[in-house]
Design a protein around this ligand. Sequence first.
Ligand code: PGA
Length: 251
Amino acid sequence: MRKPFIAGNWKMNMNTDSAVSLAGGLAKELDGVDTVDVAVCPPFVYLRAVATALSSSNIALGSQNVYFEEKGAFTGEISCEMLKDVCCTYAIIGHSERRHVMGETDALINKKISAAINSGLLPIFCVGELLEERQAGTTNKVVSRQVKSGLEGICKERVQAVTVAYEPVWAIGTGLTATPDQAQEVHAMIRGLLADLYGNDVAQSMRIQYGGSAKPGNTAELMSQPDVDGLLVGGASLKVEDFAAMVKTVA
Ligand code: PGA
C-alpha cells in the first residue's frame, strides 16, 4: 500500500511572519495525523524559520527547487547540502513554472533529480502537458518524454526516492482541475511507464501526486482514483483551514 502524500507548494508567497504562522497553524491542526505524509515547500529564505515552527510536528519540509552542483561559483543557486542543512527532506524539481517561465530543460531537471537522490533529498518530480499539447492529443507523448528524460540514468534502487507529480499546466492556478478520470488516465500511463522502466514492483511502490487547482472540494474525488496517491497543492496550501481540511479528508 502506498501511503498518501500531500505537499504544499507555497511558490513565491509569504513573509517571515506569515510563513511561521501558516506552519504553526498547520502543526497544530494536523497534530496526531499519521496516516498521510505531509510536507510544505516554502521559499528558500523562509526554510529555516518554517523548520523551527514545524520542529515538534510530523510535517516535513521541502524546497521548491535545487541546483545540481555541490558548491562553487553558481551565483544565486542553492545546493542539496544547503537544503539538508536547513532541514529539508524533499525538493520539488521540474515544476512547470521552472520549465516554462525559467526555461528549465529535461536535461537540467535530470541532473537535479540525480543530485538530489545522491544527497539523500527526496525529489518531487513534476511533469505535465500544456493546454495546446492536450488539445493536440499529445499528452501521453509529452508526459512520457518528461518522465523518461527526467529519470534517465537513475537505477531502480535509487528511483524509489522519487515522487512523481502529474500537474497538467492548464490546471495550475487556473481553477480548472483535471477531472478524476483525466487524472487517473495519465497517472496509470505514468505507472505503466515506470513498470516498463523499472519493473512492476518498483512502479507499484512509487507515489504519483496530482497537482493543478486541487482544493478541499475536489480532494476526495481525486484521491478516490486508484493511481492518485497524493496531491501537490499550490493556492489552497496557503490557508491553514484549506490545506488542513485536504489532509484530514485524505486521512
Ligand atoms: P495550484 O498549483 O494548486 O495553485 O493550481 C499547483 C502547483 O503548481 O503545484
